[in-house]
Design a protein around this ligand. Structure first.
Ligand code: PLP
Length: 419
């Protein structure tokens, strides 16, 4: 469900034709639909019904200030994994914060604790000790939640599965109760929650239910021992469809199936979705630079590269690609590739497109999550602009980089002066 729709063959974001935005802002260009993002957030939130809950949007999916501001206005918090994400979320007006991640640095812990957060999602005993040391120094007790590794197979790509025994994430489930007991004796650590995050793009709800039941068991065991937690955090990882017609659970479906197991729980339920909120609220519009005949196939060489959108190269994930204008005539079978000097700079192979020519625009769907946020300057290419559409209004929410930006932090040392 999104608001990228065709009218008389032309692809619109809400009420604006994508070609109009490409003319105005250039390509490649990320375009987001405000209505889609707001819809996903509200639908997921409503599905909780009477269950006390909060949505903490996962900033890593897309950290644009304006989009984070939208989350803040909707009443959402943020799940962050670095001081950079923390400061960005705060700048956007986000009030509630969870600090996740396996490698939080002392300086990051200190800054975040000093400036306030809901809790640290703690990943190891050593990290717990560092947090305690900082809390003592600041004379400020640190709110924490243990991220449990429940050893559940989420059935997703191996690079984005995080809840299995063999992964670096979380604390082994068998150690949890003892660590919570130990925390209860430490004045500067305050256990407020229990967390999990099983992975990303998890296409079935059952791993979440399985994980939730495991967390509930610990939660109840702790209550029996007079350790009362305020939050149960089920992480993110809800999937989005990548192909046309692919049917996957929607954000609300994940929630609805978990709700029966959440009833009666004396805790605020937290979820940390990223991809499912912003993924199909964004597209990448790119222009065909060349149509090239190779030995065996035709390549549509576009002006977006793997530096702009790395998901296809990194995970082999082919996103739906279509021309912004559907023309009548014989379809063309092409590989859609970027200009970067790597063979993996390929967005899709053997796609059947309606007639296209050089200069035409293609739209790569479901690019809102882990798109711009994973982009880079590889090949000294400039990072793209981002535009937000709200009805028939468009807002430039990130300017395209200029060549000066490439050198802004560099120093040109004349080696003849130092040799
Ligand atoms: N929470 C944590 C701790 C994560 O590591 C991630 C992503 O890796 C998320 C939430 C968001 O996941 P997704 O974007 O798949 O919802």
């Amino acid at each position: 469900m999104d608001y990228f729709l065709r009218k008389r063959g032309k692809l619109y974001c809400e009420s604006i034709y994508l070609g109009e935005l490409a003319d105005k802002y250039g390509t490649p260009l990320y375009v987001y639909s405000l209505k889609t993002l707001v819809r996903h957030f509200k639908v997921a939130s409503r599905a909780f019904g009477k269950i006390r809950h909060s949505i903490f949007y996962s900033v890593k999916a897309n950290s644009n200030l304006t989009l984070l501001g939208v989350i803040a206005e909707l009443g959402g918090g943020c799940d962050i994994v670095s001081l950079g994400e923390y400061l960005t979320a705060r700048k956007a007006g986000v009030k509630r914060i969870i600090f996740s991640g396996v490698g939080k640095k002392r300086q990051e812990i200190e800054m975040v604790l000093k400036n306030g957060l809901d809790f640290f999602g703690v990943e190891s005993e050593n990290e717990l000790n560092v947090i305690e040391e900082v809390a003592i120094r600041l004379n400020k007790p640190a709110p924490i939640s243990l991220r449990i590794n429940p050893d559940i197979d989420p059935g997703t790509h191996k690079y984005i599965a995080t809840g299995l025994k063999k992964e670096k994430f979380g604390i082994p489930i068998g150690q949890a109760v003892d660590i919570y007991k130990e925390i209860s004796n430490r004045k500067y650590l305050k256990a407020v929650g229990i967390s999990m995050h099983l992975g990303s793009q998890i296409e079935s709800v059952s791993p979440f239910v399985e994980g939730l039941l495991k967390l509930k068991q610990i939660f109840c065991k702790l209550s029996e021992q007079n350790i009362f937690l305020k939050h149960i955090d089920l992480g993110g990882g809800w999937a989005v469809p990548f192909a046309k017609g692919q049917h996957l659970p929607e954000p609300a479906d994940y929630v609805r199936e978990m709700v029966p197991y959440l009833k009666g729980l004396e805790a605020e339920v937290i979820v940390e979705p990223g991809r499912s909120l912003i993924g199909n609220a964004g597209v990448l519009v790119t222009k065909i630079t060349y149509l090239k005949k190779g030995y065996r196939k035709i390549y549509a060489i576009v002006d977006a590269g793997m530096n702009d959108f790395i998901r296809s190269a990194l995970y082999g994930k082919e996103h739906r690609i279509e021309p912004t204008i559907l023309k009548k005539g014989k379809t063309l079978n092409v590989d859609v590739v970027g200009p970067v000097c790597e063979s993996s700079d390929t967005f899709a192979k053997n796609v059947e497109l309606t007639p296209i020519k050089e200069g035409d625009l293609l739209c790569l769907f479901t690019a809102g999550a882990y798109g711009f946020s994973m982009s880079s300057n590889y090949n000294s290419r400039l990072k793209t602009a981002e535009v937000l559409v709200a009805g028939d209004n468009d807002f430039l929410i990130r300017e395209r980089e200029t060549y000066k930006d490439l050198w802004r932090k560099q120093k040109l040392i004349k080696t003849r002066d130092i040799l």
